[in-house]
Design a protein around this ligand. Structure first.
Ligand code: SAM
Length: 267
C-alpha cells in the first residue's frame, strides 16, 4: 500500500538537505523513515524489530524521562479537551487498551472509574515505571493495570476484546498508521470506542505546513519517530469505523504541533 503520510520537502530546497540529515540520524538510531506494509510476523521480537527497531537503552530512558518532565505545559494546554473527551467514556467501558501509553499522562482523566482494567501498550519498556506510578496516583490499582511491551501495528490482545482504545499523540509515531488503525478496529468489541487526540499536518500550502515538512526529519530524530506531517484525521475517517466524530483545533501556542484532531470513532 502506498504511504499516505507525507514527508514531502517540496516547498523549500534546503528541506532536501535536512531530509538527508534526518535519514542519517534515523539510521544512527535505527528509526524506520517509511511505513511498512503487509502482514507482519507473529514472533513478538520480529514484530518489534520491524515496527520499532530497538533503540539504545540510554535513548529510551532519556526519552521517557524527557516525556515525563517536558509534557507538563502541553498537558495544561490540552486539559480541557481531554477532560471533555474522556468524560464520554461510558460506565460500560471496563476493558481499556491505551496505545502508546507512555508515562500514563491520561490516567488521571479516566482510570479512577471503578472496576476497569487497563492495558498500556508501548514499545518503550522504560515507560513502564512512570505509567505504573501514574496509575497508582490516579487510583487505578496495579492489579488492574498491565503494561505490555508492543506496538500498535500488532496489538498483543485478541479480536473483539476491548470496550475502548485510547490513543493520544501516538499515531504520529507509529511506523504504519494504516496497520495500527486496523489493529484498533480488530481489538475493539462491536460498538467499542476509539478515543483520540493527535497533532497533525497544517493546511496544505500554509507556511506552517512548509515548516513542518522541513523540520519533520529532525522531529523524528529527537522525538522517537514522531512525524509532523501526518493527515491522521483523514486516515481515521477513512479507516472503516461505523461512525467518527472528528474535531479539529489549532493550539497556536504549540507552533509546529499546533494543529490537532480529537474525537471518538465507534467500531
Ligand atoms: C509522544 S509519546 C505520547 C505518550 C502518551 N500517549 C501521551 O499522550 O503522553 C508517543 C508514545 O508512542 C510510543 N510509540 C512509538 N511507536 C509506537 C508504536 N509503533 N506503537 C505503539 N506505541 C508507539 C512511544 O514509545 C511513546 O510512548
Amino acid at each position: 500500500m502506498a504511504p499516505r503520510s507525507s514527508h514531502s520537502l517540496r516547498c523549500c530546497p534546503c528541506g532536501r538537505r535536512l531530509g538527508l540529515l534526518g535519514t542519517r540520524a534515523a539510521a544512527l538510531l535505527r528509526l524506520r523513515p517509511s511505513k511498512a506494509s503487509g502482514a507482519g510476523p507473529s514472533d513478538p521480537e520480529a514484530i518489534m524489530e520491524r515496527f520499532h527497531p530497538r533503540r539504545p537503552d540510554w535513548y529510551q530512558e532519556l526519552y521517557a524521562k524527557v516525556l515525563k518532565k517536558c509534557m507538563r505545559s502541553y498537558e495544561a494546554k490540552v486539559a480541557a479537551y481531554k477532560a471533555k473527551l474522556f468524560s464520554q467514556l461510558t460506565g460500560k467501558s471496563k476493558k481499556i487498551l491505551e496505545l502508546g501509553v507512555g508515562t500514563g499522562a491520561n490516567f488521571k482523566y479516566y482510570a479512577s472509574a471503578v472496576d476497569i482494567n487497563v492495558i498500556g501498550v508501548d514499545p518503550n519498556k522504560k515507560m513502564e515505571k512512570y505509567a505504573q506510578a501514574a496509575a497508582v496516583a490516579a487510583g487505578l490499582p496495579l492489579t488492574n493495570f498491565s503494561f505490555m511491551q508492543g506496538v500498535g501495528e500488532s496489538l498483543p490482545v485478541g479480536d473483539d476484546t476491548m470496550d475502548a482504545v485510547i490513543g493520544t499523540l501516538v499515531l504520529c509515531s507509529v511506523t504504519d498508521i494504516d496497520m495500527a488503525l486496523k489493529e484498533i478496529k480488530r481489538v475493539l468489541k462491536p460498538g467499542g470506542l476509539f478515543l483520540f487526540i493527535e497533532h497533525v499536518a497544517a493546511h496544505d500550502g500554509s507556511l506552517l505546513r512548509c515548516m513542518q515538512s522541513i523540520l519533520d526529519p529532525l522531529q523524528q530524530f529527537v522525538s522517537d519517530g514522531c512525524h509532523l506531517t501526518r493527515e491522521t484525521g483523514k486516515l481515521i475517517s477513512e479507516a472503516g469505523f461505523s461512525s467518527v466524530d472528528l474535531n479539529m483545533t489549532v493550539l497556536s501556542s504549540l507552533s509546529l504541533i499546533g494543529p490537532h484532531v480529537y474525537g471518538i470513532a465507534c467500531k
